[in-house]
Design a protein around this ligand. Structure first.
Ligand SMILES: C[S@@+](CC[C@H](N)C(=O)[O-])C[C@H]1O[C@@H](n2cnc3c(N)ncnc32)[C@H](O)[C@@H]1O
Length: 223
């Protein structure tokens, strides 16, 4: 993948008012317009397998993976609208047919928009660690998240999660490794990047450039 997107780009005043649909849509608007939920064929206009990137940040994974795998759809979900809109601009630039970003809380989308057994893979890269003990309950990868992830995934679907925070990774492994519906697969190996865009996500690039170890987990839903 060539380094064609400037990661330092910020939205101008004019850009902030631009309608980026269908590449960027707000979850709350979608829930209001579709109180019964929304199917992935309605979102993408096709029935290709769907992968979700939770907390997609600037969208490097959605951008790269959607270009690399045109036979699959990629949906990034990002709480921070500014980051989500920035992520969607990468998809607008290439008129992506299989990459979309939803702005808002992943649990609202998981509970109110999507149907059980419709997702092929869920990716959670570098989730916010919420270091202070009293804020730990804000961590996105928790029991409720896993319950809903389990419902949404098809049998044989995957959970990918990477982080540089060893203690968070241990917590994720404790949830996943002991879950009767998932089996742990060998961790993906660290790749040598060919250029600055050749990382899984922006945070992977940032953390690897700091020389930090990255913990990578992969699990498959067995039933
Ligand atoms: C540390 S950043 C990592 C971003 C990206 N995954 C990466 O690796 O570059 C974590 C992201 O998760 C987003 N986030 C946190 N809680 C979320 C939630 N409940 N729903 C959706 N996104 C969330 C944050 O806004 C932030 O952009």
């Amino acid at each position: 993948m060539s380094p064609e997107i400037d990661e330092t780009e910020v939205e101008t005043e004019v850009e902030m008012r631009q309608d980026l649909r269908p590449w960027f849509q707000a979850i709350d608007d979608l829930v209001a317009a579709h109180p019964q939920g929304l199917s992935f064929p309605e979102i993408f206009g096709n029935d290709k397998p769907v992968e979700i990137d939770v907390g997609c940040g600037r969208g490097l994974f959605v951008h790269s993976a959607s270009r690399r795998n045109p036979d699959r759809n990629y949906l990034g979900i990002e709480l921070d609208y500014k980051e989500g809109r920035r992520a969607s601009r990468r998809l607008v630039k290439v008129a992506s047919s299989n990459g979309r970003i939803f702005g808002g809380d992943v649990m609202v989308a998981f509970r109110k928009l999507f149907s059980p057994g419709t997702v092929s893979a869920i990716h959670v890269y570098f989730p916010d660690p919420w270091w202070k003990r009293r804020h730990r309950s804000r961590r996105v990868f928790n029991v409720n998240f896993l319950d809903r992830t389990n419902e949404l995934l098809i049998p044989g679907g995957f959970v990918h999660s990477w982080t540089d925070v060893e203690e968070y990774f241990e917590g994720i492994c404790a949830l996943m490794d002991n879950h009767p519906d998932f089996e742990k697969l060998p961790a993906p190996e660290e790749r040598i990047p060919q250029n600055d865009m050749d990382y899984q996500t922006s945070f992977e690039r940032k953390k690897r450039k700091l020389g930090l170890p990255i913990y990578r987990g992969l699990w498959r839903k067995v039933r």
